[in-house]
Write a protein that binds this ligand. Structure first.
Ligand code: XAN
Length: 454
């Protein structure tokens, strides 16, 4: 056996589809993708004919080779840059209200239930499984303020095998009595949470997939002292940061009344050390030009949550302008402002929003697919690790089949792989996601026959 072949854990032969850049989807026909036993992409060959494939696979055992059919292709896993784990419990409800009322009526009472960690385990198991089943191989999760429930979420994500940023939410003002912390308890529990995740990561036999993320809910719910200390914690532990920004006009007005010394809402985060290259700001619907310029200057990323922005009637973000300014943008489902845990739905809503904003500058299919994959990787600052099939990256992927028994996509004789792929983007769903991989391991969801991370 050849030395290279002996480190190979899996090989895919068939059509591979990924973003080569924001403007270009590469359809790799007769591709051979080699995954090593660390879950990394070891080699990628293009246009390998049936005649020569045998030679290219020399030394690789046959049971490691997946031969894709004409209706199957492999794409990078989706990246959900903004999702609330506890809110899956009311996903699809409550869209008659705008943001601040929706938070008071639905969100805060439901999130308060996560004080009970057994309840949290039961519900988080479903949130994470649903996200994974929809092809989200990486997610930026918001939990709640409750430390023990946050730990449960980490354990569940680890059991199910998703790559994730997980945030213990911080709230010490303008929050109901049943969902509020003191500055001291908020900081103490955030530090304990960070150290818990770090400890979990020392006990695994693979490169860590879970990272704690500093998560001030939004400026309204954190006072200046807490924001400042969270900025210091992010710097001390070198961690990413996530929050909400310029989602709704009432939210912006209230924020500026609380932080009158900052030039604008975006500057509130910058003024507290919370805006840098590892910051992920969700929504950004009503951004002034100087706020977008500040995002660019700080190299901060935006999670575009079009589904949520429609549901909560927040507005339509100007993604074209963000991209033309060179700002990093990815997609977020924003469960449960967004009614769907599927990034495919986020992609479709993003297209609709871009058409409704300006039919002359709509987001193109290549751009939408990029936002769902490589764009999200940039927002997470994981572009050197995931997002497409460049050699050396880790293999996070979906094996899509457009002809599964219960497929919502109909395929006709005239369909080629390009049209099958586009049909999947606009008509497909989790029934087409035949296999899901994170760091080279097949993810098996609760209820399936085998345990996770095989
Ligand atoms: O869409 C949103 N969902 C939330 O949970 C939230 N909290 C603050 N701002 C928010 N926006």
């Amino acid at each position: 056996m050849q030395p290279f072949a002996s480190t190979i854990a899996k090989v895919f032969y068939g059509t591979l589809i990924h973003s080569a850049s924001i403007k270009k989807i590469e359809f790799i026909k007769q591709g051979l993708l080699f995954i090593d036993n660390q879950g990394k992409i070891a080699k990628l060959l293009r246009n390998v004919s049936q005649d020569s494939v045998h030679a290219s696979l020399e030394g690789v055992e046959d049971d490691k080779v997946v031969r894709l059919s004409e209706d199957q292709f492999v794409i990078p896993g989706f990246i959900d840059t903004h999702i609330h784990a506890p809110q899956y419990t009311f996903c699809g409800n409550g869209h008659d209200q705008p943001l601040l009322e929706w938070l008071d009526t639905f969100t805060f009472p439901r999130e308060s239930k996560f004080a009970d960690k057994d309840y949290a385990r039961k519900l988080y198991t479903k949130s994470v499984a649903r996200s994974l089943r929809n092809g989200t191989t990486s997610a930026c999760w918001y939990a709640t303020i409750h430390l023990e429930a946050c730990k449960e979420l980490v354990q569940i994500i680890q059991e199910q095998g998703q790559r994730a940023y997980v945030g213990k939410v911080n709230m010490n003002q303008n929050s109901p009595d049943f969902l509020i912390e003191t500055t001291e308890s908020s900081l103490r529990d955030t530090r304990a949470f960070i150290e818990y995740v770090q400890d979990v990561n020392t006990k695994i036999d693979h490169k860590p997939l879970i990272t704690p993320i500093i998560t001030p809910r939004f400026a309204i719910s954190c006072n200046s002292e807490l924001l400042t200390e969270l900025g210091k914690l992010a710097a001390e532990y070198d961690l990413p940061i996530q929050s909400h920004l310029c989602e709704n006009q009432n939210e912006i007005g209230f924020t500026m009344s609380l932080f009158p010394d900052s030039a604008n809402y975006t500057a509130v985060y910058a003024d507290h050390g919370l805006l840098n290259g590892r910051s992920i700001m969700a929504h950004c619907v009503h951004m002034k030009d100087e706020e977008l310029d500040l995002m660019k200057e700080k190299n901060a990323g935006i999670s575009h949550c079009a589904n949520s922005n429609f549901n909560l009637k927040s507005g339509m973000a100007d993604v074209r302008k963000m991209l033309s300014k060179g700002i990093k943008v990815g997609l977020g489902t924003d469960v449960a402002g967004g009614y769907s845990p599927s990034i495919l739905e986020a992609l479709r809503a993003s297209r609709t929003a871009s058409v409704a904003r300006d039919a002359d500058t709509t987001l193109l299919v290549a751009e939408l697919f990029y936002l769902a994959t490589l764009g999200g990787a940039h927002v997470m600052e994981l572009q050197d690790t995931i997002g497409n099939f460049e050699v050396g990256k880790e293999f996070d992927a979906i094996l899509v089949n457009t002809s599964t028994e219960d497929s919502p996509v109909d395929i006709f004789d005239h369909d080629d792989i390009e049209s099958k792929f586009e049909k999947y983007l606009f008509l497909g769903d989790d029934r087409n996601n035949e296999q899901i991989f994170v760091q080279g391991k097949r993810v098996r969801l609760p209820g399936s026959s085998a345990a996770s991370r095989k």
